[in-house]
Design a protein around this ligand. Sequence first.
Ligand code: FHN
Length: 420
Amino acid sequence: MKIYSKKQYESKVDRTRPQRMKWWNEARYGMFVHWGLYSLLGRNEWVQAIECISKKEYEKLAMQFCPKPHSAREWARLAKNAGMKYMVMTTKHHEGFCLWNTEQTNYNAVKTACGRDLVAEHVDACREFGLKIGFYYSLMDWHHPDGARAAHDPAARQRFLDFTKGCVRELMTNYGKIDILWYDVARPFHSHEGWESLAMNQMVRSLQPHILINNRSLLNEDFTTPEERVEAAESGREWEACMTFNNVSWGYMPSAACDRHSSRDILNMLNTACSGTGNLLLNIGPAPDGSIPQEAIEPLITVGKWLKKNGEAVYGKLDKSNGKASACGNFSRKGKKVYFWCRYWPGKELTLGGFKTLLKSARFLINNRKIEFEQTKNRIILKNMPLRNPDKSVGVTVIVLEFPTTPRHDVFDNTPALHI
Ligand code: FHN
């Protein structure tokens, strides 16, 4: 296969990105799943490293990892009911245990106690529930004999690169159309040249022409991946914030259930993602038998029900909305329509500062009930509103402001305001 130069390759990736990412931009919200041998210990996916467990000791877990059948269907059903549109699962995390029937190593779910191809089950479940399919793949590998010495031994490096490319090729070949390749932790090499990412990702794209690739094989590719913070990419690039469910562990960790996100926390993340036109990839760390952590279910389902009524403010193509208009909430925007997600209900009046464009109408999203308003040179005052927050599920009510043109908003802008 001809390997294009970085310039040629990235020019083609840039040119095809808008069409390839259209579904992703509109999807907005996905489920991340971290599952592997570490789930058996329940103390974070880095437990082998953090607790200095020897490779020999850790490998024994492979004979205990026997998930119940159809776990992936449970996750996919929950993701669907949560309003998530895609699901990214760890095919191999740093521990090096492969959840698919790989020929690169026997340290995999088919050739050990589990006896099943868990990646195939993930793919089937996503298709059954209409979710786009993502594969997470950790470049760093603590189990492979060359995973560390590849850093300074050319022969080891070549063997490790062959292993890596072999794994990625299998994942891109054996499971039909895959929508996302989510690389992680590019160690022990610290450059795309070290990983030969240019050749590897051209191979990926030749096998999966529609695929989206994240930025963690040390090429820009399609999107950036802020982690544990919901923050728009400065460069105007596409971005997806990946978040744990408890701020402490991606893998199963029942002791951290006490710090799980609430439905309001999740909506806050989604609102921030929407205002910056980014995506949210929210993680669950299933138990070793595949069960969904109980603490994740209610918040996800509650947000899913909220999204059924308010999804217009989340899904589909959004435009950036900057600045703050009120301490009571934040925006998302579609052209001339601004969606104000009111988290802290002010009572019968709500003032929104900084709009410089004449407002045409204001209404509640869920029932289209009109809201009276007054407008001064840089303030919109919504009047005669209900005394209590109309949204009884999560306490976040979406108000739609419609303008005749794309609204100018800048609370700190001193240019001559609109002429009332
Ligand atoms: O070390 C991993 C971590 O375990 C987890 O998989 C996250 C998910 O984005 N990535 C790495 C930390 O950045």
